[in-house]
Design a protein around this ligand. Structure first.
Ligand code: 13P
Length: 300
């Protein structure tokens, strides 16, 4: 069976919108209606006119889409596609940190569970983290679960006191990159501009020329001819598609296993059978929605 063709046929028949993250397998990105970073996908899910959304990404992305569009059906082709970063911050840890810090506002990275978001004041993505923290009146801000992203924001906003919760939280895929990798890449590709994702360690970030989300990379890689891209290697496909005349070097082994779970067959079955419908309990959804909508409002 030609799954890609069947998927497009089914999507048309059922009036479905297929969203895919920039790290998804190439064949999933190619069959999707829209690809993007986590902020762009959240916005598209909210504004979609379609009543059926299929989210190809990791589970928190599908959960975010459902929270923003409770009246729509949101399908997640593989509910086992988790995010180990999201699992590093529990709702209890948020409550405890707030209690210990005079109820300081908690900025939670979208890479978190709905139940954790529900306890937080506002969400952020790697594309808008500094703007979100800047928008808060409080000089002390709790931030989690990604400590590297927290440090990146801290460097941009020295006037704020940012407390990472938990200390040392991070994405295993991005934490594998080292400063030596960047130094080596610079020797190997002396003409290239080096950009890393803010989930990389501060030691990696300071060695790079630029730091930015996958959406930032997609928007800005037209500016120079040669790039070293330090993030999950799935980004190579949309970059090459958008900028065919540029040279990109990625680390092929930098792979988020969960981002590669969804196959064309999974997506086809999901659309055909309407599986698996994402549900978020109303008492969690309504509170998490406030935190996500507040972020969308600030980053308009
Ligand atoms: P972006 O917001 O840059 O797409 O990153 C999402 C993510 O999960 C990075 O690991």
């Amino acid at each position: 069976m030609n799954y890609a063709e069947e998927i497009r046929k089914l999507a048309k028949e059922k009036g479905a919108l297929i969203l895919a993250h920039n790290y998804q397998p190439t064949e999933i990105q190619d069959v999707a209606d829209i690809t993007g970073d986590s902020l762009e996908l959240a916005r598209k899910a909210k504004d979609a006119k379609e009543n059926l959304i299929v989210m190809c990404g990791v589970y928190f992305m599908a959960e975010t889409a459902k929270i923003l569009s409770p009246e729509k059906t949101v399908l997640c082709p593989r509910t086992d596609a988790g995010c180990s970063l999201a699992d590093q911050l529990t709702p209890e840890a948020v409550k405890q940190a707030k209690k210990q810090n005079f109820n300081a506002p908690f900025v939670v990275y979208v890479n978190s569970t709905a139940a954790t978001k529900a306890e937080c004041d506002i969400t952020c993505t790697s594309a808008n983290a500094a703007d979100i923290v800047r928008s808060l009146e409080s000089s002390t801000v709790l931030f989690g679960p990604d400590s590297n992203l927290a440090e990146w924001v801290q460097r941009q906003l020295p006037e704020k006191i940012i407390i990472p919760v938990p200390r040392g939280g991070g994405c295993p895929t991005h934490c594998k990159f080292t400063a030596e990798d960047v130094i080596e890449a610079r020797k190997k590709y002396p003409k290239a501009t080096i950009i890393c994702h803010p989930e990389c360690s501060p030691e990696v970030q300071v060695e790079c020329d630029l730091v930015g989300s996958t959406g930032y990379m997609m928007r800005n890689c037209g500016d120079k001819d040669e790039w070293v891209i330090i993030t999950e290697s799935g980004i190579l496909h949309p970059l090459q598609k958008k900028y065919p005349d540029k040279i990109f070097h990625v680390t092929e082994s930098a792979i988020c296993p969960s981002m590669k779970f969804i196959s064309l067959e999974d997506l086809y079955i999901s659309l055909r059978d309407g599986t698996t419908k994402v549900e978020v309990p109303e008492n969690i959804s309504s509170r998490a929605r406030k935190a996500i909508e507040r972020m969308i409002e600030v980053s308009k």
